[in-house]
Design a protein around this ligand. Structure first.
Ligand code: KIV
Length: 253
């Protein structure tokens, strides 16, 4: 089954949960797609889990394009591929447009950018140009130097920003580490898929970092994640277990 924006919208309408994982290379993208992961996020988390940095800030646009090309090849058209705008690539509308061009021409189906009000002019322009956009609110890893790894916006601000992003033209929204009740409110309010990470069970889908669910992340793994390889003999089994757990609503508990 080919995943499109229309398919994703239908999942939401039919209340079928959407399974999302990060992916950074062709082999993992292949097996994720094979397991039924509908959306693959080429996250700038690759700076931490693949490159070994302590933040996502060192990741460059060129690196994002390189990893996006690999993931697109591995996914083989079976999953919807979202590519992250790396740190400062969206500092101005012009820079953001050039970055989106690079990521879409690398084969991504959608670009994701962190933030609310700051990114509205870029989201509007991308939507006008026909580029699918995913918003990202709550914990914003690219703001770590300023605020650390936490969501600082109060509930009302998150709801307002989600609405503003939707009106500007986003087609999907990631909510990272926002209170469950806020995630539920935003998911019910918006007609587009809302994907949660560490934001409770009441979003339209879930995303986790691939290396976390395979128990490969050295050191600290977020408490909201789960090692799906435990109880499985193969990576393929773990990926299927993740998809099944998201689809059935068993994850997150
Ligand atoms: O970069 C990333 O992997 C992400 C997810 C954690 C949502 O943005």
């Amino acid at each position: 089954m080919t995943i499109t924006l229309k398919t994703l919208a239908q999942f939401k309408q039919q209340q079928e949960k959407i399974a999302v994982l990060t992916a950074y290379d062709a082999a993992f993208a292949h097996w994720c797609a094979q397991a039924g992961v509908e959306v693959l996020l080429v996250g700038d988390s690759l700076g931490m889990v693949v490159q070994g940095h302590s933040t996502t800030l060192p990741v460059t646009l060129e690196q994002m394009i390189y990893h996006t090309q690999m993931v697109v090849r591995g996914a083989g058209g079976r999953s919807w591929v979202v590519a992250d705008m790396p740190f400062m690539a969206d500092a101005t509308v012009e820079q953001g447009l050039a970055a989106a061009q690079g990521l879409i021409q690398a084969g991504a189906n959608m670009v994701k950018l962190e933030g609310g009000e700051r990114v509205l002019p870029l989201v509007t322009r991308l939507a006008q140009l026909g580029v699918p956009v995913c918003g990202h609110l709550g914990l914003l890893p690219q703001r770590v130097l300023k605020v650390g790894y936490r969501s600082t916006d109060p509930a009302e601000a998150l709801v307002e920003q989600a609405q503003a992003l939707y009106q500007a033209g986003i087609d999907m929204l990631v909510l990272e580490c926002v209170p469950e009740t806020v995630a539920q409110t935003i998911s019910r309010m918006l007609p587009i898929p809302v994907i949660g990470i560490g934001s409770g069970p009441d979003t339209d889908g879930q995303v986790l970092v691939l290396y976390d669910i395979l128990g490969l992340t050295p050191g600290h793994t977020p408490s909201f994640s789960r090692n799906f390889l435990a109880g499985c003999d193969t990576i393929q089994c773990a990926l299927q277990a993740y998809v099944q757990a998201v689809k059935s609503g068993a994850f997150p508990p």
